[in-house]
Write a protein that binds this ligand. Structure first.
Ligand SMILES: Nc1nc2c(ncn2[C@@H]2O[C@H](COP(=O)(O)OP(=O)(O)O)[C@@H](O)[C@H]2O)c(=O)[nH]1
Ligand SMILES: [Mg+2]
Length: 307
């Protein structure tokens, strides 16, 4: 078990290695050998944090906190400064460490949303696999009917997971697929329904209106559903992820976030920015393509692995 735990943490460290190099190693360079913390050092630190996508506002806030400690002579050297920074990041992240808890609702409906390519289909499929492993029955729903390939991709996942997929022909009305899925889920007493939606933004059919309709159909078929509106964001898109989140939240009301592809960026500081600016629970982080690479978000593990 200890071995397994170590392997699990080691994998997280590997997944965050680029950000470690891009941010923490640069912090190390700044502070190495510094016996005194001066304004120049703090300025350089500010630049490092901003270029790691922590965002101007959140960086400012972090630096205010550590500057106060410097003034109060609580931080004597660079190592203390680094430790303090790590703890302040932890405090921001901890506020949004709220794992997805399944209520007693059956079926429990999760609607995955987000722009194309962020990782919706893979994230929902990985979640399906995790729920399956916990002994729950799951249904995957192909409500991204825009491209035939999207439906096929979900079917391949469903085969791998060993669960059923509800689908219509490509081009069908996503609301109709969802209607069928909820009917089927209720009739069969399914535990969890995971709904994969489209993410194209620039086409004739307005995506937001389509998703709102899907949501309305869910609420009509099963009051209080969807129980989770999970927004999937791609860490490699940086500050764009924040504006996407604001837009989706305004239109649809987001109840949780999954941030994917942290393994693919040196600017994983975006997670801290997301946590601080959006105040939306962070459910999962993605650090690779394997099922185990989708992790329930844990603030302590994240900062420890990062630093
Ligand atoms: N490296 C990496 N790739 C990921 C992660 N999550 C998803 N992907 C990949 O991102 C690509 C797009 O994912 P997909 O689920 O099809 O996105 P969708 O368009 O939002 O449904 C796929 O190749 C996934 O394997 C992650 O955490 N890390
Ligand atoms: Mg997809």
């Amino acid at each position: 078990m200890a071995e397994e735990k170590k392997g699990f943490f080691q994998r997280l460290k590997e997944g965050l290695f680029k950000t470690h190099q891009g941010m923490v190693s640069r912090i190390d360079q700044l502070i190495s050998g510094k016996k005194k913390i001066d304004d120049l050092l703090l300025e350089e630190l500010e630049e490092t944090l901003i270029t790691s996508d922590i965002g101007v506002k959140t960086t400012r806030q972090l630096l205010d906190k550590v500057s106060e400690k410097v003034k109060r002579k609580e931080l004597e050297d660079g190592d203390h400064l680094k430790k303090a920074l790590q703890e302040e990041m932890f405090l921001i992240l901890r506020q949004q460490e709220k794992p997805l808890e399944l209520s007693s609702a059956r079926p429990f409906v999760i609607m995955g949303i987000g722009v194309n390519g962020t990782g919706k289909t893979t994230t929902l499929s990985k979640m399906a696999q995790k729920f399956k492993a916990e002994g729950k029955s799951v249904l995957l729903v192909a409500a991204d009917t825009f491209r035939a390939a999207a439906i096929e991709q979900l079917e391949i996942w469903a085969q791998r997971v060993g669960c059923e997929v509800i689908r219509h022909k490509s081009g069908a009305d996503p609301s109709a697929v969802v209607f069928d899925a909820l009917r089927a889920g209720k009739a069969r007493g399914v535990d969890i329904i995971l709904v994969d939606t489209a993410g194209r933004l620039h086409t004739k059919v307005n995506l937001m209106e389509e998703l709102k309709k899907v949501k309305r159909v869910m609420a009509r078929e099963l009051p209080d559903s969807p129980h989770e509106v999970l927004l999937v964001l791609d860490a490699t898109t940086g500050q764009n992820a924040i504006s996407q989140a604001k837009m989706f939240n305004r239109e649809l009301g987001v109840t949780g976030i999954a941030l994917t592809k942290l393994d693919g960026t040196a600017k994983g500081g975006i997670l801290i920015s997301i946590s601080d600016e959006l105040k939306i629970p962070i459910r999962y982080i993605g650090i690779g393509e394997k099922v185990d690479d989708l992790r329930e978000f844990n603030a302590r593990d994240f900062v420890d692995a990062l630093f």
